[in-house]
Each structure stands twice: as C-alpha cells, then as structure tokens.
Design a protein around this ligand. Structure first.
Ligand code: UDP
Length: 238
C-alpha cells in the first residue's frame, strides 16, 4: 500500500494538528510542541515535546496492537507525524485511576498517592466551554454521546488497556497512577482507541523515588518536562 499524501488541515487542537489525506479513511496527525494546562489557562511551547510524544505514543499503540486492542494508529511517518484511521471522536474523556492524584485528590480531599481500593473509571464530557465536566454513563446516553452498549464496550476495553499499560510500565520501573483516553468511530462504525497515550495524558511515577515523569512537571512547574519524557522514552528503548 502506498502511503496517502497529506491534504488540507481538518482541525487544530492544543497539542496536535489533524490533516486530511488522499485516502478518505486516513488522516495525518502532526504532534506540536505546545503544552497547555488548566483548560488552556497555562500555555508554553516546549522544544521537542511533539517529537517525544509521537515516539512514545507510537510504541504504546504498537504494544496495544500486540494485545489485540484496536486503535486508530497505522504507522509513524516521520519525527512529528503519524498516519491514522480517520475517526469521529466520541466526546468523552475516559479516565482510569489506579492511585489517587490530580483532580480526584483535590475534589475529595485525599492525599495524592493514596492507593485506590479498586480501580476507578470516570468519564468527562469533552467540552472546553464547561471545563470537561465529570458525568456518568446516564448523562452520556441522555446527551446522545454514545449508547449504553457503546459505553459497556468502552468500559471493558479501557480496563483491558489499563491492565496492559500497568504491566508494561511496571517493567520499565514506572507506576501508572492514572490516564485519560479517547475513543472514536471509523467509517464502518467500529469503536477504536484514538487520540494519544503519552506523558501528557498519563501520570507516571518512578517506582523507587515517586519522581513524576509526566506533564505534572509543567503543570506544577517542578522541573524539565523534556528530561522527564526523554527518561520515559529511554526506558522503552533499553
Ligand atoms: N488528563 C488529560 N487531559 C485532560 C484532563 C486529564 O490527559 O484534559 C489526564 C491527566 O494527565 C491525568 C488523568 O487524565 O493522567 C487524570 O487527570 P485529572 O482528572 O486528575 O485532572 P488534572 O489534575 O490532570 O487536571
């Protein structure tokens, strides 16, 4: 199969730009260096972030394919771009929490790093105007974002993905604290894992030292984001 060529820009997000291609069923996703936090309130351009995230998400999506998880990812094209199946994103942010941190720790007054007695799944309505509010599956169905059947598939797949990722990061000496994923529908109506899985969308703590190897470096201004992301990438490459 020849690689489709890049066509017009379809969408520009905070961290990625999506382009149409000569094949209607494919898109090219370009990883930018922009970093945002707090629904865009904090913004910086961080040299090389896009290159590191393109590399990291490629490795993770390939691992998920080995475990028969269907994703939009087809191939990495160059430093910053990947070819993906075109999907319509389901406007849900699906979050897994293995350890309590971030917004859950704040909202419920729990010390960050407290183990969760059970793995937690949350869904948020992907809508910047309302700050991606936490909802449940009844809201999602009532808002016509998905059916109950779709939600059950998303939930089952998300727990499977969590198991694979927890083991994968554990082998790298990293604790997967929490992460956010998104799903989309392709032209055949199949639901695929889409978007990205990177240190922008996961909390990753070194198993020995609890050092944060993720976007909290930027959110909390505690150190070098690129050094942390490079550390994650280097552990994959060892
Ligand atoms: N997350 C994300 N995008 C968002 C919100 C959260 O990728 O818009 C990820 C975040 O990196 C973390 C997990 O989802 O790994 C849980 O985030 P949380 O709800 O604690 O919010 P945060 O503290 O990141 O605002």
């Amino acid at each position: 199969m020849t690689t489709p060529t890049k066509a017009q820009q379809l969408y520009e997000g905070k961290a990625k730009t999506v382009f149409a291609t000569s094949n209607d069923d494919n898109v090219i996703i370009y990883y930018k260096d922009d970093a945002t936090a707090g629904n865009g309130a904090k913004h910086s351009v961080i040299d090389e972030k896009g290159i590191l995230n393109n590399d990291i998400t490629t490795i993770i999506f390939q691992k998920l394919h080995e475990h028969k998880i269907k994703t939009h990812f087809i191939e990495k094209l160059n430093e910053r771009e990947q070819l993906c199946e075109k999907v319509e994103i389901i406007p849900l942010e699906v979050i897994i929490r293995n350890t309590i941190a971030g917004s859950m720790a704040k909202r419920l007054g729990i010390t960050e790093g407290t183990d969760a007695k059970t793995t937690i799944i949350e869904i948020c309505y992907k809508n910047d105007d309302f700050g991606d509010p936490l909802i449940n599956e009844y809201h999602a169905v009532a808002l016509d974002l998905c059916s109950f059947e779709d939600y059950e598939f998303i939930k089952k797949t998300t727990f499977e993905i969590n198991k694979i990722l927890v083991n994968m990061f554990d082998e790298l000496g990293i604790k997967l604290i929490d992460f956010k994923i998104e799903f989309g529908r392709n032209s055949k109506g199949e639901i695929l894992l889409a978007d990205e899985i990177t240190p922008d969308t996961c909390r990753l703590w070194d198993k020995e030292t609890n050092k944060k190897l993720d976007k909290d470096q930027f959110r909390l201004n505690i150190g070098s984001l690129t050094d942390a992301y490079k550390e994650v990438l280097n552990r994959f490459k060892k």
